[in-house]
Design a protein around this ligand. Sequence first.
Ligand code: AMP
Length: 399
Amino acid sequence: MKVLVINCGSSSLKYQVLDMPSEKLICKGLVEKIGIPGSMLTHTKIGLDEKFVLQSEMPDHTTAIGHVLDALLDPEHGVAKSLDEIGAVGHRILHGGDKFTASCLVDEKCKDAIRACIPLGPLHNPANLMGIEACEKLMPGKPQVAVFDTAFHQTMPPEAYMYALPYEYYKKYAVRKYGFHGTSHRYVSQKAAEMLGKDLKDIKLISCHLGNGASICAIKDGKCYDTSMGLTPLEGLIMGTRCGDIDPAAIPFIAEKEGMNFKDVDTMMNKKSGMLGISGVSSDFRDVETAADEGNERAKLALDMFVHRVKSYIGSYAAEMDGVDAIIFTAGLGENGKTTRAAICKDMDFFGIELDPEKNDVRGKQCFLNTDASRVKILLIPTNEELMIAKDTYEIVTK
Ligand code: AMP
């Protein structure tokens, strides 16, 4: 069965078609600038060198998905003769609140619940819904599956997900930790169990998803036990442009001094902070590393702060789970940034974490990075959220 995986952002859309259950990637693509001038679709059929590029105004997600479906049926670049060959569509959905503990078939109830979570995911959930509704319009009756970024984290115990704010805000507004990147943490944890030759239920893992957005997850008995992102993706690690954990009292303090309103502060913490805000160079780790190598002190400080925060979460999660069997590095920086991986694992031997510098000289390949003596295994596992979405979709529609 061919499964179309769609990840709708507010002005962009990524997609892949995978053959299931063989898990073979058939094509992938990206639509940029939906609803703004200069919309463009770039489509790549696996095995064909030449890309298919379409520049045409796409005022909304329905028009964009229409062009994606046309690309899938293109005589040269397409992957199907008719849309009947697409068995199902899987959608990445940002926020499922506490309503979804797993992926599910899209129906009216599911859509209402995604809608109800819009206040918690104001940028992504509306776009995710638009993607679902566009597919309903363009492929009526096609089974669709919703895969939530938050679902994997729903197993956290209350002591991990509650904030020590007045309880009424939890009851009235569902203010609590939800966590994100769940599809990635779930995928790499399953791969880790395979690599270790153990049952997921018998291992304790710390999964470090280090990309432009970054989060850490403590996984015990195959379930999320704690994670660093919170009510929104802002909490936790230092990210490309997000500040991560800060003293919340800094917010009214700065707002008052600078005459900022809530929206200004939110933009400052989400878009102008993190690696960009500290280094003043870039949100991209490669640029920050280059600047640090050239002697830029603020770039060096940003990198040191990032590593410091990751280490403190690793220590805290090992303590919370009463031990750890393996640490996983994944996502852009986790898979490619050998210097950062080495800095994170430095001086962790008292924990039984010992990185092998030679094995660490690797990028983007599933492998072990630890020395033979290391009690805790260190794993590099390239993440594949689209494959996880396709797997869930295939399982749900064939069940
Ligand atoms: P992602 O959001 O998962 O795509 O990750 C993007 C981040 O990974 C960016 O900040 C990149 O700078 C970083 N990254 C990608 N390749 C490398 C590399 N070779 N060394 C260091 N960082 C990298």
